[in-house]
Design a protein around this ligand. Structure first.
Ligand code: AMP
Length: 301
């Protein structure tokens, strides 16, 4: 079954202690859609300006991603994020964000997008996430990602979203902020009370925890010897996860979610090995299968 991904389609300028990479293809929806496309037919909903490079459009197409929902605003400026990493790649700061065409964007779903069964509301304002949900007809499973910024500037809209989705994905500091609780286990219980049946807390290189009706699942991250650029790892994780889930022909969501999380972790590991989408786009399905098996061996006891 197919996947719809909405989020930012961006230009990212990324600085690490070793190098600087201006105007890479980035954005939550770009990373998530490419990750999902390894497993399931994927549709992209986003907006870019006239400055969006054509080779980036071709990259989506090479991955078989439907771009009929990618609006192009002539003369407009594409969302542009500038970030800088410290020597410890877990520490990143945003140097500048130019909203450009996202600022006044109100998404319109092409007709055939409305019935997509698996939907990823990747990181973007909860107003936009709610407006996409308003246009969908009975999706089977909806995951939303969010970030601290929206808790700071759009909390009521985020709280309105939570009862409308099946699964919320957020990182551990964001979970602490959302429910004011330092303990992941009690934070998970509090987030369920805000609406979603499933909650996934991401802990970067330490993996993630899923909480659902059947209890907890503790998922490892794929251990990497070298991280080049972790930008988009969270988006690749959730995109890979939902793509895998959408591709399953048997089993319930509950039973397939655990394997889906492991596949998401593996796609995220490839994302970290190159700048922007450079490594992810070179990844093969065989490489993904190999790392999934390695991770299964490493985590079994
Ligand atoms: P991650 O590393 O998974 O947190 O995602 C990084 C991606 O999020 C980058 O490609 C950015 O373009 C994108 N991004 C940065 N700030 C925002 C924002 N405020 N809203 C949505 N996407 C953003």
């Amino acid at each position: 079954m197919s996947v719809l991904v909405v989020g930012t389609t961006a230009l990212d300028s990324i600085k690490t202690p070793k190098s600087e990479n201006p105007r890479l293809l980035g954005g939550s929806a770009s990373h998530a859609a490419v990750a999902a496309s390894f497993f399931a037919p994927t549709k992209l909903l986003g907006v870019v300006g006239g400055d969006f490079p054509k080779p980036y459009l071709r990259l989506y197409e090479r991955h078989g991603i439907c771009t009929r929902g990618l609006e192009r605003v002539k003369g407009g400026q594409t969302f542009h994020w500038h970030g800088e990493y410290e020597v410890n790649m877990n520490n990143r700061r945003t140097l500048n964000t130019v909203l450009g065409v996202i600022e006044n964007w109100s998404p319109k779903l092409p007709g055939d997008y409305e019935t997509t069964p698996f939907v990823l509301l990747a990181n973007i304002s909860p107003q936009i996430q709610n407006s996409v949900l308003d246009q969908l007809s009975k999706p089977k499973f909806v995951i939303a990602d969010t970030m601290d910024l929206w808790m700071n500037i759009a909390l009521p809209e985020l709280l309105r979203l939570l009862p409308r989705i099946d699964c919320l994905v957020l990182n551990d500091s964001e979970a602490r902020q959302l429910v004011e609780d330092d303990n992941s286990v009690t934070a998970l219980a509090k987030i369920h009370k805000l609406g979603p049946r499933y909650v996934i807390i991401k802990k970067g290189e330490h993996g993630s925890i899923l909480s659902g009706p059947k209890g907890l699942f503790v998922a490892p991250a794929f251990p990497l010897g070298k991280v080049v650029d972790p930008t988009g790892a969270g988006d690749s994780f959730v995109g890979g996860l939902l793509g895998f889930l959408a591709a399953q022909k048997t089993g319930s969501i509950e039973t397939n979610l655990r394997r889906a999380i492991v596949h998401g972790s593996v796609v995220a590991s490839f994302c970290c090995e190159g700048f922007g989408l450079n490594r992810t786009t070179k990844t093969t399905k065989a490489e993904i299968r190999f790392r999934v098996r390695e991770l299964e061996k490493a985590a079994r006891f």
